[in-house]
Design a protein around this ligand. Sequence first.
Ligand code: MLC
Ligand code: AMP
Length: 507
Amino acid sequence: MSEARFSAPSALVDQLTECARTRSDRVALIAPEGASTYADLLESSGRVAGALLGGQLDMKATRVATLVPPGSSWTATALGVWRAGGVLVPLPLTAPAPELGQVLGDSQPEVVIAADELVRDVAGPASDNRVVVRRVGELLATEAPAHLPVIPPNRDALMLYTSGTTGRPKGVVHTHGGLASQVGSLHKAWGWRKDDHVLLVLPLHHVHGIVNVLVCALAAGARCTIHPKFESTAVWEALANDNLTLFMAVPTIYARLADEHARADAATGKSWAAGARRLRLHVSGSAALPVQLHERWEELTGHRLLERYGMTEIGMALSSLVDGGRWPGHVGWPLPYVEVRVTDDGGSVLSAGEAGELQVRGPLLFREYWRRPEETAEAFTADGWFRTGDEVVEMSRGFRILGRQSVDILKSGGEKVSALEVEEMLRTHPEIAECAVVGVPDEEWGERICAAVVAGPGHTPDPTALRAWARKQLSPWKVPREIRAVTELPRNALGKVVKPRVRGLFG
Ligand code: MLC
Ligand code: AMP
């Protein structure tokens, strides 16, 4: 059940810079700012590194937060942070001020780099947390230094915030060596090559967009076209006209694309589908892909989606095969350098065909939850396996993901949401006495976040006003799409809220 062949990792930043040097005059990125070659990227990231170092020799894992839209500036900034020896903390672009403040307060960066148009969004949270804001344009105009530090593989590189079953989102810390292993694993499994051309439409605050798409492309010497925000028509046009070879997205995006295709006139639809057919691989992940959608995509484009399973803490763990071996409802087998096992509640290892928790081991894994030693320790078994919290079963056609062990971890449009975090926030509203947040199966979003609320004495909360209020506190994907006032929450004999019954309140 495992494949653990592995050679010692190099630092991700070395892979990226070495590859960029050999591919210097080739186009690396096609972004809203224009096309840039690998030489341009080395030059611009050197400038960012120089500006961040400001005469120091090495940032020595100082955190650098960024609020920059996907594009060549984002890429130069990320590579610049890594070349200077810093740790990249990419902030979600649409997070409201309180969430930006939480991440800045927890990660304690020295600086937040913001795009000109986003400086205003982060100014308040940054000043509350005494973090300096610098404009990306100013960094890109600095002179690149003659020497940059040597970065060891065990140096922290990337911190991504993820929701869990307890408390506020945690910072997941990946090292340069771990990320190099993630990239090496996907290069090997999916046959990345320098003539690949991938389309990026995903946000750059997750492993999916950062590692699987952008960094894998750059470390292969390939080309990445960047759409800073997903728009279905623009994606179809790119599939039809941009000579792409790879496309990767979450199921919600495939569903939206299929719907857009259904709305198009016959000639347009035909040219879109013909373009999509020419790619070598279409990949889906980050959430369960409904079998019906898998089949719909195949009918439309002739491609069986390659499904893979991953997690912020581990990168990618399971994947269907590039050459055959793709079955609807199955996410394939362990990727290179990944060991997996399935255990029961008591920790005994189960055999193929038996359902239990997926546990993962390997050099790709995160190093720690930032400054949370207890939660880090709890996430691993005594013998060093990471507990994913996902129920799986190994079948002859690959692994099947059966669902989360916790009812409080939800996935909406590929974004993870903690029901407890949303409940905690809703309870701070003066008109709400109690509430329960659940994920309701939904064709477009996978799960739709819904909240049942019990009003405090003398109050009649208005769901529309509540949603508007929640939008100011929470990232858009955490805001309940439906809020229903109830007189009481369904509870069991012990007084505990019964979430499946709450789910039943929503159609
Ligand atoms: C946006 N909205 C969402 C949402 N994203 N609501 C629920 N869930 C989401 N994920 C809200 C908007 O705020 C808006 O609210 C309404 O939905 C419509 O907005 P939109 O403009 O149509 O949505 P859009 O911005 O296009 O976003 C949809 C999306 C995006 C699917 C493109 O959510 C997305 O990029 N998801 C991918 C996330 C991802 O990369 N996950 C990987 C995690 S890593 P209103 O109120 O105004 O109507 C991981 C590991 C692994 O999981 O295995 O990969
Ligand atoms: P995140 O923590 O945002 O990285 O989300 C990781 C979670 O997404 C996993 O623990 C799974 O529950 C879910 N997930 C990722 N890929 C898949 C997939 N292909 N099928 C089903 N669930 C998935």
